[in-house]
Design a protein around this ligand. Structure first.
Ligand code: HEC
Ligand code: HEC
Ligand code: HEC
Ligand code: HEC
Ligand code: HEC
Length: 481
């Protein structure tokens, strides 16, 4: 009698070894299973942050694994078909005869059951991990590195850098999950064919309504009260003189009524609907307010004849939600002036370097995403000091070099030539300084039947407590530094 080890070898040979197709399938399945386990260990140990390990472990090798598994029965069927042709057809029925009293057959059946269980376990784990992986910011942001670079870079340095892309872009539930995977497939094809748009168009037309995304974390009942906002700006004089604007933002509460921005705009009893003129929703032709029952409470429209009424697509009417104001909650790109002010206030640029705001602004504004921008920024700054302030260059050369590095960092954070993203490509709708923002509707142009405009009184949104002042009294009173 054969030794038990040998006996099982014979069983495995029966399973895999009868023909080349089955043998090859078995080898494919086993090799990829080993590779999946090995790579999964690397992922768990966090050895590398490369997205490609995840792609191999959870998408590519599982495909090879399933392919291999499929080849095993295909080979067996082929074998049967071949031998069946040779033997008398009457001897072999359409299905194999399983005689479980035969020890060998019994062992083969046990082996099939155990191996299938093992395979199902691998498949279940890997497909679950595959889904988790395709939902991770690493997958969304880094796999198509160039395409997603502007969004991933801005995201990584934003209030939401610890919130997964899918929390805002997909949200919970099966229908949006399926929708997103299908549209993801389309995007992969577009990237492979290199026919995607640069820059990626905004707004995202099929973004899920914010009640299912933002409001999962920021539930409207929570918002309350006012918020002090201090903006520091620097002058273009030799001393880069700072000045401060202090706003008391009337953020307001959620569904409880009361005054304030959120009290009005995210109140289900007063839904705001609007019809944009352009695809970027920068110009608005009509605005309507309706209650929860869908009855129009107020309607405002642009003066007759300004827009061709026939061309205005009423089907484009959109219910305003968080994204219509917070259009840049995480992919925040700044103008050169604002980026400089923030860097100076945060100490990333040295505010004691004479004229740095002025020269920085000139250098950055001219660097719009052409070849050699970085050298031009450095050249402009050094040339300026050579000509206007040679003593600075002599005494503080290292300070100037650091400033050049700081300016290049601002440039790389906001301008992405490969995606044709430059200053002002993506602007925020929150406010009215860098883009029309709130004033797209809050203007005197759109009026109702009884000639009322949507309010533009400054104090409905904020009190301007100080405006470009060197030392606002209010900050001393409140003891805000
Ligand atoms: C806090 C929510 C949030 C998170 C997190 C988030 N996004 Fe976005 N994303 C948005 C919003 C809002 C828009 C623009 C919506 C609009 O104006 O239609 C947007 C727009 C985009 C666009 C379109 C181009 C653009 O800039 O308008 C891309 C591409 C994108 N996001 C990719 C990503 C990737 C990749 C991640 C993760 C690394 C991510 N997003 C994380 C909210 C988010
Ligand atoms: C998974 C949870 C989550 C989701 C989804 C989410 N946020 Fe946030 N949000 C946060 C966290 C956490 C912060 C940071 C709070 C802090 O820093 O105090 C934040 C901060 C903010 C802030 C304040 C930023 C600042 O400068 O202080 C705004 C505005 C905001 N989120 C808007 C949005 C919008 C709009 C969406 C939907 C597109 C959204 N959030 C989706 C968790 C989330
Ligand atoms: C009409 C425009 C508008 C809409 C719609 C809107 N917001 Fe705001 N939100 C603002 C403004 C303006 C501020 C104050 C910004 C500031 O202080 O810089 C603000 C502030 C916030 C803050 C920071 C609050 C704090 O106290 O720090 C969060 C979080 C926020 N909004 C989330 C949301 C979410 C979520 C939605 C959708 C349910 C939403 N907002 C809808 C305009 C809007
Ligand atoms: C419909 C609401 C609304 C109205 C009306 C409004 N503002 Fe504002 N304003 C905002 C918001 C929102 C911001 C952006 C705050 C932020 O940076 O988060 C802002 C920002 C500002 C700033 C700071 C600009 C900067 O440097 O970033 C000033 C100054 C200002 N407003 C002045 C005014 C004055 C003066 C009026 C009256 C003519 C006015 N606003 C009317 C909503 C409004
Ligand atoms: C799509 C058009 C639209 C946009 C964009 C918009 N609003 Fe409004 N807003 C309205 C309408 C309509 C009303 C109601 C006006 C009325 O009844 O007189 C309103 C009312 C308000 C009110 C309440 C006014 C009051 O009398 O109490 C506040 C506060 C407000 N908006 C803030 C903002 C802020 C801040 C922004 C920009 C971040 C903004 N809105 C952007 C359409 C808009």
């Amino acid at each position: 009698m054969a030794r038990p080890g040998r006996k099982w070898m014979v069983v495995l040979m029966t399973l895999y070894g009868r023909n080349w197709i089955t043998l090859f399938g078995g080898a494919m399945a086993w090799t990829s299973a080993m590779l999946i386990v090995g790579l999964a260990i690397l992922v768990v140990l966090d050895v590398s942050s490369s997205p490609y390990i995840g792609i191999l472990a959870f998408l590519v090798f599982p495909g090879v694994f399933v392919g291999g598994l499929l080849l095993i029965p295909i080979g067996a069927l082929w074998e049967r078909f071949r031998t069946g042709k040779k033997a008398a057809t009457s001897e072999l029925g359409p299905f194999p005869v399983l005689n479980l009293n035969d020890v060998h057959t019994r062992h083969v059946v046990v082996a099939v059951i155990v191996l299938t269980g093992f395979n199902l376990l691998i498949l279940a784990t890997v497909s679950y991990q595959g889904v988790v992986f395709t939902e991770s910011p690493t997958f969304c942001g880094k796999v198509c590195h160039t395409v997603m670079e502007p969004e991933f870079t801005s995201y990584s340095d934003s209030p939401h850098s610890r919130v997964a892309c899918v929390s805002c872009h997909i949200g919970p539930g099966a229908p949006w999950f399926v929708k997103s995977k299908l549209s993801g497939l389309g995007q992969v094809v577009a990237v492979c064919l290199d026919n995607y748009e640069r820059p990626i168009p905004t707004p995202v037309t099929n973004l899920r309504p914010s009640r299912d995304t933002c409001e999962q974390c920021h539930w409207p009942e929570r918002f309350a009260g006012d918020r002090i906002k201090v903006l520091t700006k620097y002058g273009e004089d030799e001393a880069n003189t700072p000045s401060k604007t202090v706003l008391l933002m009337h953020v307001g509460g959620g569904h409880g009524g009361g005054k304030g921005i959120h009290s009005w705009h995210i109140n289900p009893e007063k839904r705001t609907l609007y019809t944009p003129v352009d695809s970027q929703r920068k110009e608005i032709a009509r605005v309507r307010v309706e209650n929860a029952k869908g009855e129009t409470l107020e309607a405002f429209s642009a003066p007759e004849g300004k827009y061709d009424a026939a061309k205005l697509d009423q089907s484009k009417e959109r219910v305003m939600d968080c994204m219509d104001c917070h259009s840049r909650p995480t992919h925040i790109f700044r103008t050169p002036a604002r980026a400089l002010d923030e860097a100076l206030a945060a100490g990333r640029l040295d505010a004691t370097l004479p004229f740095i705001k002025k020269v920085g602004l000139e250098a950055l504004t001219n660097a719009k995403g052409a070849e050699g921008d970085a050298e031009r920024i450095a050249g402009h700054v050094r040339e300026f000091y050579e000509k206007e302030k040679p003593d600075v260059l002599v005494q503080h050369r290292d300070q100037v070099d650091l400033a050049v590095k700081g300016l290049e960092a601002i440039y790389r954070r906001n301008v992405f030539p490969d995606m044709k993203v430059t200053w002002g490509t993506y602007t925020s709708n929150l406010g009215h300084e860098d883009s029309p923002g709130c004033f797209r509707c809050h203007n005197d142009e759109m009026i109702s039947k009884d000639k009322k405009a949507i309010g533009q009184d400054c104090t409905i949104c904020h009190n301007v407590l100080a405006w470009d002042e060197a030392n606002p009294k209010i900050l001393t009173e409140l003891d805000i530094q």
